[in-house]
Design a protein around this ligand. Structure first.
Ligand code: ADP
Length: 272
């Protein structure tokens, strides 16, 4: 199983007896390393927009006599500031999810409500690119979860579907019920650029981007899919993907179905 980290403490409790306490610290150490890694990554990611802002401010000062240049540079400053703000917001969201018990308001949630809200918020950007978002399938399904977090998860998938698709394509949101597994599946299907096979395993990692330049252009932070993964896992569900470069991608969110009432089937032929 790899290396196990044991913390051993020894105490003499009487002339003849010693007490040995061994604690398995493997998991704690793993979490600590992930945290440290995260802090290093965050500092690195924050440096880029902050550096750009500092440089732009200097440039504006130098170009004070040229109103056209001032306008161009201040617009770029606004874009950098918006990116910085989105990044900070996602870092906070992810840190909140990494703390146990992130699900606050767990109730039965109609999937239609989650989809309506997420699609509504993604629609403006989609319309700007001439992308139509359609919904279909078992929209009456009900899941058990945190409404706000489910909207965040679906919103992230929709934002990506729109960001990594070309003008005039379609994005579909389809719901199906995997009743055997007690899960509701929400699939976001796009006809976008797709993801190369060797990047497919990595897209759920924090700050991983297939094409950093493109992600930056679309205002991506590289945190969206790791947020979705956390939300799915916190619900006792999962998120998976399928993709073919040049054809598109499908991201499927699986969340436990809610049962309004439990039906107990009594077999009255059975002689107990
Ligand atoms: P970002 O903020 O960069 O979009 P994500 O964590 O949401 O970060 O996604 C990680 C990377 O996975 C993206 O930078 C992009 O390269 C790739 N990706 C995510 N969704 C899609 C999609 N629907 N189509 C193509 N590539 C995608």
């Amino acid at each position: 199983r790899g290396t196990v980290l044991l913390q051993v403490r020894v105490a003499q409790i009487s002339a003849q007896n010693i007490l040995v306490l061994a604690e398995d610290r493997t998991e704690a150490r793993r979490v600590e390393l992930i945290r440290r890694d995260f802090v290093v990554n965050v500092s690195h990611e924050l440096k880029t927009p902050v550096g750009a802002l500092a440089l732009l401010a200097e440039t504006v000062q130098d170009a004070a006599d040229d109103p056209v240049a001032v306008r161009r540079f201040t617009e770029r400053m606004q874009r950098e500031a918006a990116r910085l703000s989105a990044l900070v917001q996602e870092i906070i969201e992810l840190s909140r999810l990494q703390v146990a018990g992130a699900l606050k308001a767990v109730t039965t949630v109609p999937v239609r409500d989650v989809i309506d809200e997420a699609v509504d918020r993604a629609r403006t950007t989609a319309q700007g690119k001439g992308i139509t978002i359609t919904t279909g399938g078992e929209l009456d399904a009900v899941v058990y979860g945190d409404h706000a977090l489910l909207v965040t998860a679906l919103r992230n998938l929709l934002d990506n579907a729109v960001a990594y698709s070309n003008q005039g394509t379609r994005v579909g949101v389809g719901v199906s019920i995997a009743s055997g597994a007690g899960l509701v599946e929400i699939a976001v299907v796009d006809q976008g650029i797709g993801i190369a096979p060797d990047s497919q395993d990595r897209v759920f990692e924090r700050f991983y981007r297939v094409d950093p330049a493109r992600s930056r252009d679309t205002g991506g932070t590289g945190l969206g899919l790791s947020i979705v993964k956390h939300i799915a896992a916190d619900h006792g569900g999962e998120v998976t993907m399928w993709s073919e470069p040049g054809r598109g991608s499908t991201f499927t969110l699986r969340i436990p179905a809610a049962h309004e009432s439990t039906v107990i089937v009594v077999d009255d032929e059975l002689d107990l």
